[in-house]
Design a protein. Structure first.
Length: 130
């Protein structure tokens, strides 16, 4: 029989907690973030439909550009949704300003995007449990 291997190992315990102080700037100065909160049901529909695109953000931006003229301002507001997911669209400042200008007739940018998704055929109304 051979020798048993020594299975002991040294553990490194720092004297004080390791802190990272590096801050990464993810957005350049000329890039603007547009945030849209969507329901998990809408998120699932987007995941199913965005396969030909690189990202869900690219698909949402494509739909907004395609359906912005068909999106209708509705008198009934979009009800709040539980368990929201967030879609962040980063655009150059000029494009973001142009997009928010097109959304001025709506109550919010979120409603504008959701109405564009509705014009594309997505179901944006939350399901009622009976």
């Amino acid at each position: 029989m051979g020798k048993k291997k020594d299975l002991s190992f040294e553990t490194f315990v720092p004297e004080k907690p390791i802190q990272t102080t590096a801050h990464v700037e993810r957005v350049a100065a000329n890039v603007k973030r547009l945030v849209v909160d969507i329901s998990p049901a809408i998120h699932r529909q987007l995941v199913e439909r965005c396969i030909p695109f690189d990202t869900m953000k690219a698909y949402v931006l494509f739909i907004v550009n395609k359906q912005q003229h068909r999106a209708k301002v509705s008198s009934t507001p979009i009800p709040p949704m539980r368990g929201q997911k967030r879609v962040i669209i980063e655009l150059p400042e000029a494009e973001a300003d142009a997009l928010t200008d097109k959304a001025k007739n709506f109550q919010s940018f979120r409603e504008f995007v959701l109405r564009c998704l509705e014009a594309e055929g997505l179901d944006i109304e939350p399901k009622r449990s009976t």
